[in-house]
Design a protein around this ligand. Structure first.
Ligand code: UN1
Length: 508
């Protein structure tokens, strides 16, 4: 019998509603991982209301004790490491190695924040008047609504949920429907770690319900912060909605991430980086490589080596350790990618110039595992000679496709890197530190890699982008505390008289 996953309000399961959706294993479409009951707007809002009530008591729990709960969570995730890994692979098709990395990222996040409960520092600030002292305190924002994608079904949610809870907030989490079983398993560990009922609820809902729920929650003053990971288009709508109600959103959006390869680069190293960044996770990371920007003098040699590496890569069953990447993660994503490939075939001059892959051939689905209809597998595609006005150069694809273009001067490379208007992750391969730093200063990207892949950021550095990649908010490390706390200031006058700021300031 397929397991039915339901939403919770105040920690209690909500009566399953009529609308259900299966969550399918993208490697084997006949394997239904779970059935998810989709909540309605009332359930979403009820969860926000219940979170509002639960949050006050949670904020009264001393922060070091909340840190203990985070520590418990890290240990519980470790104890369930392989089971969670296997579920990530089964439900969204990541290779086991990548799924392990994903689960490790939760542990790393917990390890970082468990001590932060003892360090939620405020400041003492000098006053301009005698016998008066100024202070600042970090206070929780209140209720955070967190909406996440399924490409990182547990790690990215942990970037929001762990610091938000540590800071004393309550969370209503809306995970991707096609990653509902992963969300359910992670939420169960969060509960077992000691997070009280109602402090974290998971609401499974579709897009329109989520928007309506956010809108009502914001209007009724039940949501103080939105955390959103997803596309730039949807992120812009989320940001607009939050802004209309004077609340802020932490937006982690798409990228068209560039990798510059200079003529002095270690080309083999750059090939390894490009292979992982472009095709790892089937290109479905927001940090995945979009366009290779290669210096003219090494273009032929570099692409020859890269094509060889791409052709030699195994693609297929994500439980097979030799595989570079598995399927696309859901039918919806595969459908979108299909139409993208179709569009390229129909409109784009690249159809004849594809060096590797099947962009010009009929069915782009690879079907590496058994019958082609059984999994959402796609060949890697490398497209040569893309130009700044090409759709492939400008738009995020979320699939195993990488464009290649050439440059002659470093200034040109920087310009090409930023041209699509995103600004998440950018890499340069060079042995010249001057070029590396010039590139770092020149690009608008929030994250820069020198001689390393665009993807695979460590969990304690600020993560986030600019331009179409986000609104400048940063996740991870101490920087995320500014998302989930607000500064409260206090002044304490012990002079026993009225000292008016600006007016009674001591002069010498
Ligand atoms: C994402 O794709 O939304 O830097 C996050 C990386 C991972 C996180 C990606 N640590 O590639």
């Amino acid at each position: 019998m397929t397991r039915l996953i339901v939403s919770t309000v105040g920690g209690n399961p909500v009566e399953p509603q009529d609308r259900r959706e299966p969550s399918i294993n993208p490697s084997r479409l006949d394997d239904v991982v779970a059935e998810v009951a989709l909540a309605d707007v009332d359930t979403f809002v009820a969860a926000c209301r219940s979170a509002r009530r639960a949050q006050r008591a949670w904020a009264d729990v001393p922060a070091p004790v909340r840190g203990r709960v985070v520590a418990n969570l890290g240990r519980l995730v470790e104890a369930n490491f392989e089971a969670l890994t296997a579920l990530v692979t089964r439900e969204v098709g990541k290779t086991l190695a990548e799924a392990r990395g994903e689960v490790q990222e939760i542990v790393d996040t917990c390890d970082f924040f468990l001590g932060e409960g003892r360090r939620l520092y405020g400041q003492t600030v000098p006053s301009e008047m005698p016998d008066k002292q100024l202070f600042t305190f970090r206070v929780p924002v209140g209720v955070a609504a967190v909406v996440t994608a399924g490409n990182f079904p547990v790690a990215v949610p942990s970037w929001y949920v762990v610091p938000a809870l540590l800071c004393g907030n309550a969370v209503v989490w809306k995970p991707a429907e096609y990653a509902a079983a992963c969300a359910d398993a992670f939420a169960e560990l969060i509960r077992r770690a000691g997070v009280p009922d109602g402090v974290l609820d998971v609401v499974h809902a579709d897009g329109p319900t989520t928007f309506a729920g956010l809108e009502t929650g914001l209007r009724e003053g039940l949501i103080d912060k939105i955390g959103f990971t997803g596309s730039s288009e949807v992120g812009a709508r989320v940001g607009e909605l939050a802004g209309r109600h004077l609340q802020s959103a932490c937006l982690e959006l798409g990228g068209k991430n560039p990798m510059v390869v200079t003529e002095d680069a270690d080309l083999d190293l750059a090939v390894h980086g490009a292979l992982f960044a472009g095709f790892g996770t089937a290109g479905q990371r927001c940090t995945s490589l979009g366009t290779l920007i290669v210096q003219e003098s090494v273009l032929d040699e570099f692409t020859r080596r890269l094509e060889e590496a791409v052709q030699g890569a195994a693609i297929g069953d994500p439980t097979d350790p030799s595989v570079l990447y598995g399927p696309l993660m859901s039918e919806r994503f595969a459908g979108r990618y299909d139409s993208y490939l179709q569009w390229l075939e129909d409109h784009h001059r690249v159809s004849g110039s594809s060096g590797v892959g099947r962009i010009s051939s009929g069915n782009p689905r690879a079907g590496f595992v058994g019958d082609p209809a059984t999994g959402l597998f796609y060949h890697p595609v490398l497209v040569h000679g893309v130009r700044p006005d090409d759709k492939l150069f400008q738009q995020e694809t979320f699939g195993p496709i990488v464009g290649v273009t050439r440059y002659s001067t470093l200034d040109e490379a920087v310009e090409l890197a930023d041209a699509p208007g995103y600004g998440l992750s950018a890499a340069i391969y060079t042995t010249d530190p001057r070029k590396a730093f010039t590139f770092r200063r020149g690009t608008r990207a929030g994250m820069v890699s020198i001689n390393n892949s665009t993807s695979g950021a460590e969990a304690h550095l600020p993560f986030g982008g600019n331009g179409r990649s986000g609104n400048g908010s940063r996740q991870s490390g101490v920087w995320v505390l500014d998302q989930f706390t607000r500064w409260q200031s206090m002044n304490w006058d012990y002079s026993g008289r009225l000292q008016r700021a600006q007016m009674d300031t001591v002069t010498i």
